[in-house]
Design a protein around this ligand. Structure first.
Ligand SMILES: *Cc1c(COP(=O)(O)O)cnc(C)c1O
Length: 374
């Protein structure tokens, strides 16, 4: 095939992908232009062999310090993962390995029933039992339910700072107290919320990071609200010993050991994450969140005017609406060119107001919704 023919083929495939301008169902978005530039510049970099790519490694170290600082601890230990799934696997694997060395077996962890499906993969891969704790009427995990599920083989509790379905924040401060009392590892899944909560006007209501003494590790995804390129997640540990639990020796590389789950690893998305954080800074990231939150308000207010109520008042930029025949509404909206998603329990329509969403998009979506529900 020559390049022209290949170009036509690629364009044809591209035309079948949906543009984000019609997508309200995803936690991904267009990467920032500086992220795209940095990604291209470091496209060949393999940070899996970091001695060969010292500049990329310097960027990763700085990114870990910057994100750590954003999470209340600039001395946190971690690395840039492929996303929230890898970060969650690695956090649980670290504590599992530590307890296994102490001789414990048949271990379990406790996650909220609203946890991301990556924890079902974790149960399978790590061969540990994943117990699901109940939630309150606002869909936050119930600390009493967590305590009831706990036994001498419980090695970890998970709290979610920004649930995938509802954008709700668990009472991490209470979980942190339990973690301290029971001396149990507390992992906070802030894959989505990590780049949102620090910039909310009422952020003090949602303490979730390393400033809480009981928090041991945090997942936070630059490829969601951090506007980096895919794949970019981040795992942070308060203590270096947990990162060491993940080490395997790497005899034929420039480094002696490796902590990451994947071997070859994208230096491009490390560079992209570095670029966004340097270019936007906290002020720039806050502007992104402010804009998403104001459009979230616009969408919820518009829905209420139609007599449609949200499942919870949005805490972050996730809107869930109670409508009859949810799946029918999803299909009808799809026929009008809108891609939305649904929640499981309770069943609702789910929209994520990502940085690619504009005021025009929200207004035209509300018109479509109005026609569909009438
Ligand atoms: C998106 C998400 C994940 C999974 O992240 P991936 O990057 O898709 O692997 C995990 N937890 C939460 C809360 C998420 O929103």
């Amino acid at each position: 095939m020559d390049k022209e023919e290949l170009e036509r083929l690629l364009a044809d495939k591209k035309s079948k992908d949906l543009p984000y301008t019609r997508i309200l169902s995803s936690m991904c978005t267009y990467p920032h232009e500086v992220a795209v530039h940095a990604h291209e510049m470091f496209i060949e970099s393999n940070i899996g062999d970091s001695g060969l790519f010292k500049g990329t490694k310097e960027m990763e170290d700085e990114v870990i310090a910057i994100i750590g600082e954003l999470m209340g601890n600039s001395n946190a230990y971690g690395y840039i993962t492929t996303g929230g799934t890898e970060s969650n696997i690695q956090a649980i694997r670290a504590i599992r390995n530590s307890k296994r060395r102490e001789g414990l077996c048949d271990m379990n962890i406790i996650v909220p029933e609203t946890a991301h499906f990556s924890f079902d993969k974790i149960a399978d891969i790590l061969c540990i039992e994943v117990r699901k704790a109940g939630v309150d009427h606002q869909l936050r995990v119930d600390p009493e339910s967590v305590k009831e599920l706990m036994d001498e083989r419980t090695i970890c509790m998970v709290g979610i700072a920004g649930t995938t379905e509802f954008g709700q924040v668990d009472p991490i401060e209470e979980l942190s107290e339990i973690a301290k009392d029971e001396r149990i590892f507390l992992h906070v899944d802030a894959a989505f919320g990590g780049f949102v909560i620090p910039f909310l006007a009422d952020r003090d209501k949602y303490k979730f990071d390393f400033t809480l003494e009981g928090v041991s590790s945090i997942s936070i995804d630059p490829h969601k609200m951090g506007m980096s390129t895919i794949p970019a997640g981040c795992i942070l540990f308060r203590e270096e010993s947990y990162l060491k639990e993940l080490a395997v020796s790497t005899p034929y590389l420039t480094t002696k050991e490796q902590y990451s789950l994947t071997g070859t690893r994208s230096g491009a998305s490390v560079a992209a994450t570095f670029a966004v954080l340097k270019y936007l800074g906290k002020d720039g990231l806050k502007k992104v969140v402010d804009r998403c939150m104001s459009l979230t308000g616009l969408m919820v207010d518009g829905a209420k005017q139609m007599g449609i109520e949200p499942v919870i008042e949005p805490v972050m930029n996730v809107v869930t609406l109670r409508v009859n025949d949810v799946n029918g509404v999803v299909e009808a909206l799809r026929a009008k060119g809108w891609e939305v998603s649904t929640t499981r329990s309770p069943e609702a329509l789910r929209m994520v107001i990502m940085p690619h969403v504009t005021e025009e998009m929200v207004k035209s979506f509300l018109e479509a919704l109005n026609e569909v529900v009438r």
